[in-house]
Design a binder for this molecule. Structure first.
Ligand code: PMT
Length: 406
């Protein structure tokens, strides 16, 4: 299954007897490929120790809203931005009521208010508390707000009573969490995507390259797989793991990337160029390592560069082309530069990527982008690259759907 691969799950644990099951839940979430961070309410710490959850999640456990130490490591707003999914399991009736009221008097409720990602809760409480009209009314309000409910299920309870209110079994919680990312929006579509940097050789030991890590391209490949697409990922050299279900083709140079793309892109429904392709390469590649004495002319090295072929532009000019999406990493006049590339390269859509500081764009875990297509523009504020990827795939799927209807 592994639909939680590279997803960041913030697990909220509230104070009920089922809190002890959160230890097992962390393990299952990790087995499905997600990174887990834990936020506990004070009451939850009476049922299971933060140390246990810290050891299992391999991350510090966050408890207090005003805890200087954990806030300085990762503050509540950063945690809200970090998560691709907030999963509160177990969720008590008190937590549910606080969520309805929009309270922000502890860390978990504050994060829930600040987060833009999906929120899922797995209630667990005594059957009479669950059946109480206040709890039922609260749940109805949360359902209308788009909050996902996992369970509860019926059965024998810790208090000895029997009825609905037991925490849903852990495996089902994980399947339900995975299914939130499994949209099916690109079912039956074939997507070809480039990612990472290219390396342009100077000699056997030297090359020209850039800081692309492949993270954004790989996250989009993952989101496309989650949406049901078949994916070929043509990647420059990276040190990160590629999505298991993608057909991975590794390349080094822009020329190799060009050749590999043209072997498959004519069959694609969608082509996305996320790779930071080097615009130039050395005119000649030395067969042996060049010596300083071979290269220096008046204390400088006059290295002659020639232009690489433009991969995405050539795909966009196929007579029957795939829906073609480019990226534009910019530091100034971000939108207008991106619009120029959209027109010049004859693309259907472009993602303007603000790379003006180290916290976004190249090699970071977060990104800040604006999607531009036809007469539309949608800003995606700073968020994880996985969340950026899900938004981009959702926009592409919606646009393709509309184009088919037209
Ligand atoms: O890999 P990460 O560390 O996660 O960083 C992600 C990223 C910042 C590299 C990515 O989000 C991004 O912005 N990629 C595009 C980088 C860029 O500046 O491209 P460009 O402006 O040089 O090219 C515009 C478009 O043309 C891109 O879609 C590019 O893939 C494509 N191109 C460029 C040159 C060329 N010879 N062939 C191409 O296909």
């Amino acid at each position: 299954m592994q639909t939680l691969t590279n997803k960041r799950v913030l697990l909220g644990v509230t104070g009920g007897i089922a809190a002890y099951k959160s230890a097992e839940l962390i393990r299952h979430l990790q087995e499905q490929g997600s990174e887990v961070r834990v936020v506990m309410t004070e009451a939850a710490t009476e049922f299971i120790t933060p140390l246990t959850l810290q050891a299992l999640s391999q991350n510090p456990v966050h408890i207090g809203l005003l805890d200087r130490e954990t806030e300085s490591a990762m503050g509540h707003i950063e945690l809200a931005r970090w998560a691709d999914l907030i999963l509160v399991a177990p969720a008590t009736s008190n937590f549910i009521a606080k969520l309805v009221g929009g309270h922000a008097n502890d860390l978990l409720t504050t994060i829930c208010l600040a987060a833009k990602c999906p929120l899922a809760i797995a209630p667990a409480m005594n059957q009479a508390m669950w059946g109480n009209s206040s709890t039922m009314a609260n749940c109805e309000i949360l359902l209308k707000r788009g909050i996902h409910f996992f369970g509860p299920e019926k059965g024998l309870q810790a208090c000895g009573e029997e009825g609905p209110g037991r925490l849903l079994d852990i495996e089902t919680i994980v399947i339900r969490a995975s299914s939130l990312f499994d949209t099916g929006a690109l079912n039956g579509k074939y997507l070809v995507i480039t990612a990472g940097p290219t390396r342009e050789a100077i000699d056997p030991v030297r090359f020209i390259s850039n800081h692309s890590s492949g993270k954004q391209g790989y996250a989009i490949a993952e989101a496309a797989l989650d949406a049901g697409a078949r994916v070929t990922l043509i990647s420059g050299p990276t040190s990160i793991e590629a999505p298991a279900k993608a057909h991975l083709i590794r390349v080094n140079s822009a020329d190799e990337m060009y050749e590999e793309v043209h072997k498959v892109a004519m069959n694609a429904d969608i082509f996305i160029g996320v790779a930071a392709v080097a615009d130039y390469r050395p005119k000649t590649v030395a067969k042996q390592k060049m010596k300083k004495s071979d290269t220096l002319v008046n204390n400088s090295w006059p290295l002659e560069l020639i232009q690489n072929r433009d991969i995405i532009q050539s795909v966009a000019n196929y007579p029957s082309r795939p829906f073609t999406v480019g990226f534009a990493a910019e530091t100034t006049n971000i939108i207008s530069h991106a619009k120029q590339k959209l027109i010049k390269k004859n693309l259907d859509m472009i993602i303007a990527n603000d790379v003006s500081d180290d916290s976004v764009g190249f090699n970071s875990d977060e990104n800040k982008t604006t999607v531009l297509w036809k007469n539309h523009q949608k800003e995606l504020p700073m968020m994880s690259k996985a969340a950026t990827a899900s938004h981009i795939i959702a926009i592409i799927a919606e646009t393709l759907d509309k184009d088919t209807d037209d």
